[in-house]
Design a protein around this ligand. Structure first.
Ligand code: NAD
Ligand code: TYD
Length: 347
């Protein structure tokens, strides 16, 4: 099997690539990544010499390049994670999200459709998506696979659009696909622009913790390695033309999560109790901020037997330990452009 993973140098993609390279020596795993600010080959240093792994530097928006690599490597499966992934960046630069998330996805769909035109048996296009396509929940209820799409940010609108294209290629061209919509991930290798790694980095450096609005926004958090396990399972065992929701059964209001993080960080850094909580600073809210996301993951649980393997407290402790042990990684990704981004976003 020749498997193409897109976005494999990013946060979730790197865990997926590692899992596939280590679990399936009989597969060849091609990691296609443009190495944007979010892509980092350091994430894969432990497996990048493996005989069944090849890195391809390229942009999914470049249709000519995409067609060439499909022609050359004749992939049997695609696991598509490459995306612009940060809501705040989508508010300042929506078109970048249209290019990568929509046009890039359609380029991949075209290449897979054309390559598998004569024989699509045992072929699979797996699109990795987000629960944010469903919009915002009130205080009650959960997103299921049949919840209507109702995206509110340019990021979620671009992901919703890409999901629709994947389904449309299934209906129109018979493309064998599976799609998953997952809740917020956290864990090692997460770029420090998202809530948890940004706050870990700020606590280490005694910097303010910018909580948007009243901090009562709610997210459902999943440890990234549990997501990678779910992706492996759905890729191999999921049914064609089906969607699966993936979530942690683990809802937290931002402010409660931040307080737990502060508590764990104080313990690990040997700082007096409540030191880090003193860094909390309420700041102007994100425009169009979705109040609550929560996933009903019973379909993947009942049909495929998947469930999260760690509690949030365990996953968070593993995550903090990783950041504290990988200071060099953190310093490398927060030098250069990161400072300019931080100034623009938070000054
Ligand atoms: P990330 O931003 O950490 O990584 C994205 C990767 O895609 C990077 O390596 C980047 O270099 C690459 N990339 C970006 N544009 C590209 C292009 N034009 N061509 C080729 N490569 C390109 O993102 P992530 O958090 O790992 O998310 C991966 C996928 O999972 C995304 O599709 C995202 O929508 C989805 N998702 C993320 C979460 C989450 O909580 N992070 C939750 C659910 C779904
Ligand atoms: P984030 O990690 O950006 O993920 P998403 O927007 O995709 O859910 O944000 C998680 C939550 O944390 C969200 O409600 C916004 C909030 N947040 C802050 O309060 N401050 C911050 O600096 C960031 C980045 C996020």
């Amino acid at each position: 099997m020749q498997i193409l993973v897109t976005g494999g140098a990013g946060f979730i993609g790197s865990h997926v690539v590692r899992k596939l390279v280590n679990t399936y020596p009989e597969y060849h795993i091609y990691n296609l990544d443009a190495l944007t600010y979010a892509g980092n080959l350091e994430n894969l240093r432990d497996i990048d010499q493996a005989a069944n792994y090849t890195f391809l530097k390229g942009d999914i928006v470049d249709a000519h390049y995409i067609n060439q690599i499909f022609e050359k490597h004749r992939f049997d499966g695609v696991i598509h994670l490459a995306a612009e992934s940060h809501v705040d960046r989508s508010i300042t630069d929506p078109l970048a999200f249209v290019h990568t998330n929509i046009i890039g996805t359609v380029n991949l769909l075209n290449a897979a459709r054309d390559l598998w035109k004569e024989d699509s048996a045992n072929k699979r296009f797996y699109h990795v998506s987000t629960d944010e396509v469903y919009g915002s929940l009130g205080a009650e209820g959960l997103f299921t696979e049949t919840t209507s799409y109702d995206p509110n940010s340019p990021y979620s609108a671009s992901k919703a659009s890409s999901d629709h294209f994947v389904r449309a290629y299934g209906e129109t061209y018979g493309l064998p696909y599976v799609l998953t919509n997952c809740s917020n991930n956290y864990g090692p290798n997460h770029f420090p622009e998202k809530l948890i790694p940004l706050f870990i980095n700020n606590i280490i450096n005694n910097k303010a913790l910018p909580v948007y609005g009243d901090g009562k926004y709610t997210r459902d958090w999943l440890y990234v390695k549990d997501h990678a396990d779910a992706i492996d399972l759905v890729f191999h065992k999921g049914k064609n033309h089906e969607t699966y929701n993936i979530g942690g059964f683990n809802e937290w209001q931002n402010i409660d999560l931040v307080k737990l993080l502060c508590q764990q960080m104080d313990e690990k850094l040997g700082r007096p109790k409540s030191t880090s909580e003193g860094l909390i600073s309420y700041v102007t809210d994100r425009p169009g901020h979705d109040l609550r996301y929560a996933i009903d993951a019973s379909k993947i649980n009942q049909e495929l037997g998947w469930k999260p393997s760690v509690t949030f407290e365990e996953g968070l402790a593993l995550t903090i330990d990783w950041y504290l042990a990988n200071e060099e990684w953190l310093n490398n990704v927060t030098s250069g452009d990161y400072q300019a981004y931080y100034e623009k976003m938070y000054s």
